[in-house]
Design a protein around this ligand. Structure first.
Ligand SMILES: [Fe+2]
Length: 371
């Protein structure tokens, strides 16, 4: 059984594969200086890695760092071949990585990647360490039962709560978005299994805000264009941070695309209508609804009539029209329910249609993804 020990850099063996001698030297220099024990580097040929791993001196590779030459089909083919026989973690590096290259890397089953020109030497060093750690976590979860998965997901959920706790008005936001997403998803016909995963994606939808400066996150006034451009990076930051974890793979499309708009004017990819993953469309409307109906540092909660107005306004522009109809229906039922309770003298008296339950009349469970 694998144990998740602390990574001792000096005991870690890395193999750098890169066809460009200058980049090979760069990687080697940065990683040696960062204290990684044995750094071997070769041109990016599968046979050289194969020989390295199968020689008599018992060499290993705790991580293969593969420098992709994006314009060379040989380079892509070599990465594919390596992924085919090397079971350990592979980190794909590139000087500047665009969305197409990232998609291609992911398609090859490589979930760790870094754009060295953007993140610099420190970013590379950090990514090497997190790639090795993520691989160990994945192996540990694979080898164990569901209990390990739950422990891990609970730790991740606590991280989201810590993040949200920085702002008292977003303290329960991810939790609420998960519950609304599940309610909408249930009416949309998702299976129970999908609802659990959707709830999890919703819990982590804003995980990328971990990489956004606090003064932007908690700014009480309107963001400048520059600040908004930084804020808009949070879905892709989440995708890049979570892509190393096998347990999160099926959640990434929803997390990455929860700010797309039905009319294609959203971000990060400008996807439109059903190009946007369904879970992303559901989280989008649940997120917008919860934000409108709740207090924030910069605004009071919107009255229910205004929220409905906004939902109708966004029908077919911001939101999937079918999901607007579903949410409006749920809200109407909840309003009727509380009116009925009030008539019978046991309502809470505030007519609050934002009160949460999981759609079966139950209060939210402490962990929506486990409920
Ligand atoms: Fe978001």
């Amino acid at each position: 059984m694998t144990h998740l020990e602390e990574i001792i850099r000096s005991e870690t063996e890395l193999v750098v594969l890169d066809d460009a001698p200058a980049w090979r030297e760069f990687h080697e220099r940065v990683l040696r200086r960062a204290g990684f024990g044995l750094v071997n580097s070769y041109p990016a040929q599968p046979s050289l890695l194969f020989d390295h791993l199968n020689n008599a001196r018992g060499r290993k590779a705790d991580l293969v760092v593969f420098g992709v030459q994006p314009n060379s089909e040989f380079s892509w083919e070599n990465l594919r071949l390596i992924r085919g026989f090397f079971q350990g973690p592979v980190l794909a590096t590139m000087e500047r990585m665009d969305a197409d290259a990232r998609a291609r890397i992911l398609d090859l089953g490589v979930h760790d990647f870094v754009s060295v020109g953007d993140c610099g030497e420190e970013g590379l060093e950090l990514k090497v360490e997190t790639a090795i750690t993520a691989y160990r976590i994945n192996t540990l979860i694979d080898e164990n039962d569901q209990r390990t998965q739950r422990i891990f997901l609970n730790i991740m959920t606590v991280m989201v709560k810590i993040l949200e706790n920085k702002d008292p008005y977003t303290r329960f936001h991810s939790h609420s978005v998960a519950i609304w997403s599940r309610m909408i998803g249930r009416r949309r016909g998702l299976t129970e299994e999908d609802l659990i995963r959707l709830g999890l994606a919703a819990v982590f939808h804003d995980f990328g805000k971990i990489g956004i400066p606090e003064e932007i996150l908690n700014k009480p006034s309107r963001l400048t264009d520059e600040e908004f451009a930084i804020m808009k990076q949070h879905p892709t930051i989440a995708r890049d941070l979570l892509s190393s974890l096998d347990l999160m793979h099926d959640l990434l499309p929803a997390i990455t695309h929860h700010h797309e708009r039905w009319d294609g004017r959203g971000y990060p990819a400008g996807l439109k209508s059903d190009q946007i993953p369904l879970w992303g469309r559901i989280i989008c409307i649940a997120d917008a609804y919860d934000t409108m109906a709740s207090r924030r540092t910069y605004k009071e909660p919107m009255p229910p009539e205004r929220v409905l107005e906004e939902l109708h306004k966004g029908r077919g522009t911001q939101f999937d029209p079918e999901l607007v109809d579903i949410l409006v229906q749920i809200l109407a039922e909840k309003a009727a329910e509380s009116a009925e309770k009030e008539k019978n003298g046991n309502g809470n008296g505030n007519g609050n249609h934002h009160a949460l339950s999981d759609g079966n009349g139950n209060q939210p469970a402490p962990n929506p993804h486990l409920a």
